[in-house]
Design a protein around this ligand. Structure first.
Ligand code: MF3
Ligand code: CO
Ligand code: CO
Length: 274
């Protein structure tokens, strides 16, 4: 039995657990918001260099977002006061920008969420700071592959357990750990909505994808074990075993025969080297 409920997005404005199905207006809105997210991430490729602070990158994200007539959805979100998340090395996600200086050899995820004309574009990429050791670059490459395995499977009839399983299989074949404590999500007019997109799973389980669904896929992959530890700031999630962690995120919309990637880089800068 399928216990998931799908509704026309125009009839369900709130976060009520139903999976919203959007029409052409939603696709048009997400296309614009997603493109802006991608353009911001594109522009960051030139700014992520040894010696820069994550606070300077956050300022750049805020300026680019506001200049485009959008607002960073993270600004004021549940008490978060920054325009992006900057997650360095063993930080899995939700790293808070500040005085921290990027060093040669670091890997960093930058996650941006412009809210444009009522629609959320949510995307993140990994950036290599200077000369990065091969082990870390491999982790980044495989994490991007995990994202794209999920994206390329996304079409009507496929279930989220099928996607989670495929991502998990690929990561674990490289002896990496897939984070369970954070997941992808539905989005659109809401930042975080149903369904939860877990990056592990069992084939044939979970909600079935249908045309008009909007969701993110955003696997977090650890060089070591999957365990997470939260820092005292209440936001920063780090690997329990202090191993490196990588993540990429796209926002997608399910079409009749596949999916549209709203956050694809117009300059082909979807993954490093940039
Ligand atoms: N952008 C993140 C996501 O992919 C959410 C960040 S919420 C914040 O869902 F408050 F930590 F910024
Ligand atoms: Co997201
Ligand atoms: Co995000």
């Amino acid at each position: 039995m399928n216990t998931y409920h799908y509704v026309d997005a125009s009839e369900a404005p709130l976060r009520d657990g139903t999976i919203k199905l959007h029409g052409p207006d939603g696709f048009a809105g997400m296309r614009k918001a997603g493109l802006l997210a991608a353009q911001i991430l594109d522009a960051l490729t030139e700014l992520v260099v040894p010696g820069v602070t994550t606070g300077v990158l956050d300022d750049a994200v805020r300026r680019m977002t506001l200049d485009a007539g959008a607002v960073p959805a993270t600004l004021g979100y549940r008490g978060y006061t920054h325009s992006c998340c900057t997650s360095i090395n063993n930080v899995i996600c939700h790293g808070i920008p500040g005085d921290k200086v990027l060093r040669d050899g670091d890997i960093v995820n930058i996650d941006v969420t412009p809210l444009l004309d009522g629609w959320h574009g949510d995307s993140s990429r990994m950036y290599l700071v200077g000369d990065v050791p091969l082990k870390a670059r491999r982790l980044v490459d495989v994490t991007y592959e995990c994202l794209m395995i999920g994206v390329n499977m996304a079409r009507p009839g496929v279930r989220l357990g099928d996607i989670g399983h495929a991502i998990q299989r690929h990561a674990e074949a490289h002896r990496y750990g897939v984070v369970r404590d954070f997941c992808g999500h539905g989005l659109g007019r809401l930042f975080h909505d149903a369904p939860e997109v877990v990056h592990v799973g069992t084939p044939g389980t979970g909600p079935e994808l249908r045309p008009g669904m909007f969701l993110t896929i955003e696997p977090m992959i650890n060089l070591g074990k999957p365990g997470v530890k939260m820092l005292d700031d209440g936001w920063t999630a780090v690997t329990r075993d202090r191993s490196l962690s990588a993540q990429f995120e796209h926002s997608i919309g399910i079409t009749e025969d596949g999916c549209e990637i709203f956050t694809k880089s117009p300059r082909g800068l979807d993954k490093p080297p940039y």
